[in-house]
Design a protein around this ligand. Structure first.
Ligand code: SAM
Ligand code: SF4
Length: 387
């Protein structure tokens, strides 16, 4: 059987730029959809030459705002993917959508094009918060979009951002209850982070708002974990919660350090090289700027800005950084197959034992995992493991 593969497709355009967002997303007056469609298909063909003979398990349209893609473009990408690779019968095809009425109007056509899972960026459920986050939709519009999404797609999820300025633990608890009333099988709940280069970064630096303190944010995280577990959608990753079996399979590919290719501006790929010697992964990154990417693809068939081989210690570090985000942790034998080294032996008893004793890590016969407390302070934990 051919090895499994995920396909990531990046659509870099949004109607407006949200002040917290540092994703590769841009506002443009007119997007030449036909030109973009042709370029995405061309780079997909290049990706199939990079990682041939695989079975595609997942396709993920991320952004930016892929719900602004013409459904015909989405359909063409799906069709070409199926023509280029063997594709699993149960292929998961996710598209990120903004919950405005215009975009909800595309849901039927997107479902027709083959999308079977939608992730909606709801972000907050009250008008002042939505305004603060610079969102173009109201809470009611988001709820209507969610209901429409349920009618058209078998699987749906939505995102919320918490630990916002002025938000108390009690206010978040109440919002979470409302969210659970609206939620289906999956929810992504992110703590607001202030990213360099965003408008929030400058606003925050000049004191325009303050974030909840560390203890309050930690209490919100813990409340989220407990409440979602009690509601049958425990965390399977730091910020992602699902009913058993309803995790996003595409994102699991990243966290389990399995293979994926990326097409579109700024997209990343990581995949075992067929015929490569020893244990290595090919890393690829496409040019970020939308226009530069488009021109490169039209000129040379792909927009690759950088490609390298990941080997040795770098493989170990990447696999740890990804796998410890998951509640299931790292499968020790899969880790050994990918990196060439068994994680417990590689990290060594001296490094692991104090972290296990402190309640941040767990090791059993098959897995190495971070506990909930470990996942809450994953960066600090990784520093201790990788140093
Ligand atoms: C690529 S964006 C979502 C796509 C879609 N354009 C949208 O905004 O609805 C992925 C998600 O990351 C989360 N996110 C982005 N920036 C964030 C930040 N600075 N802090 C917390 N969450 C963030 C948001 O919940 C967002 O929905
Ligand atoms: S959060 Fe979504 S809509 Fe807002 S700028 Fe980022 S990608 Fe675009």
């Amino acid at each position: 059987m051919s090895a499994p593969l995920g396909v990531y497709v990046h659509w870099p355009f949004c109607k407006s730029k949200c002040p917290y967002c540092d994703f590769n997303s841009h506002v443009r007056d007119g997007v030449e959809q036909k030109r973009w469609r042709a370029a995405l298909l061309k780079e997909l063909e290049h990706a199939a030459r990079e990682a041939p003979r695989r079975r595609v398990e997942t396709i993920f349209f991320g952004g930016g705002t892929p719900s602004l893609m013409e459904p015909a473009t989405v359909g063409a990408v799906i069709e070409r993917t199926k023509a280029l690779w063997d594709t699993a019968a149960e292929v998961e095809i996710t598209l990120e959508a903004n919950p405005t009425s215009v975009e909800a109007g595309h849901f039927a056509a997107l479902a027709e094009a083959g999308v079977n899972r939608v992730s909606l960026g709801v972000q907050a459920l009250d008008p002042p918060s939505l305004r603060f986050l610079g969102r173009e939709h109201s809470a009611d519009e988001a709820i209507t979009a969610l209901e429409m999404a349920r009618r058209h797609f078998t699987r749906t999820s939505f995102d919320l951002i918490y630990a916002r300025p002025g938000q108390t633990v009690e206010a978040w608890a109440a919002e979470l209850e409302r969210a659970l009333g609206l939620a289906g099988e999956h929810l992504s709940l992110y703590q607001l982070t202030i990213e360099r280069g965003t408008r929030f970064f400058t606003d925050h630096a000049r004191g325009a708002f303050t974030l909840p303190g560390e203890e309050e944010a930690a209490a919100m995280f813990e409340l989220t974990q407990e409440r979602l577990a009690a509601a049958g959608r425990p965390a399977y990753e730091i910020s992602n919660h699902a009913r058993p079996g309803a995790a996003c399979r595409h994102n699991l590919i990243y966290w389990r350090y399995q293979d994926y290719v990326g097409v579109g501006p700024g997209a990343h790929g990581r995949f075992a090289e067929s015929g490569g010697q020893g244990v290595t992964k090919r890393a690829t990154r496409r040019t970020s700027g939308p226009e530069a990417w488009l021109e490169a693809v039209e000129r040379q068939g792909h927009g690759t800005a950088e490609t390298s081989l990941v080997t040795g210690q770098d493989l170990v570090e990447e696999a740890l950084m990804m796998g410890l985000r998951l509640a299931e942790g790292i499968d020790r034998s899969s880790f050994a197959a990918v990196t060439g080294a068994e994680p417990v032996a590689t990290l060594g008893e001296a490094r692991l034992a104090p972290l296990v004793a402190a309640g941040y890590l767990e090791v059993d016969a098959t897995h190495l995992k971070a506990t909930a407390a470990g996942r809450q302070r994953l960066n600090a934990l990784l520093e201790r493991l990788i140093a």
